[in-house]
Design a protein. Sequence first.
Length: 231
Amino acid sequence: MKDMQGNSVTYSEKHWSTLSRLRTMSESMMQPLVEAHIYCIVYGSIARGDVTETSDIDIYIPRPPSSTLIEATLESRDVRYSRREIIQATPSYAAKAYIYLDDLRSYSFPLVPLRPSEEEFTGFAGRIDYSQLSKDIRVPGVNKELLLIEPIEDGHIETSIHGIEGIVAKKLGVDTRIVHQRLRTLKRREKVGRTGVYIKRELAPSESLGTVFNQLAKNDSAIRRRLRKNG
């Protein structure tokens, strides 16, 4: 078995300031959902700590109530969005709704029940809920460069996950298959670039997410298959 040999990264005062600002924004975005008893998480660099000035914030609702209730909850708290989209990366992936506040802030949730492997994706990247965020907790996860980021008091330790997939899976509490799957996906993107998505449908202000998704399902056999498998 390959040994873990990581590099220690010490955060600058500017980095801590950026992390604090992004986490405060994340907490503010999560609050309306938490007050409505809708469970949500933030994942990726916000959860791990290895942020940049342009890190995006995606507040993810893994087991959402109806899309109508989510939109009504945000609207009742004066949360204004710039656009909404339904995206399905590939025919076999879960379709998801995205509500964008701007280019770097969004809410997202699946429109079909998730498979176990899809539920574990955010665990691979590192995820925290509102309670953990409010306690300033950072958690380990893997970034887009396939480095395991493990928080330490003054920064983090980063380690390539190549050859230590089993160790990484254990540290993150996910199935080893998830680590191998993400490795293949990210390697492919690195080699051929990010390919287009299967479905990307922007909604008009007058359209509802539920109605548009039902229309898409009516005309798309891949979505119907996903719904049947989970039905």
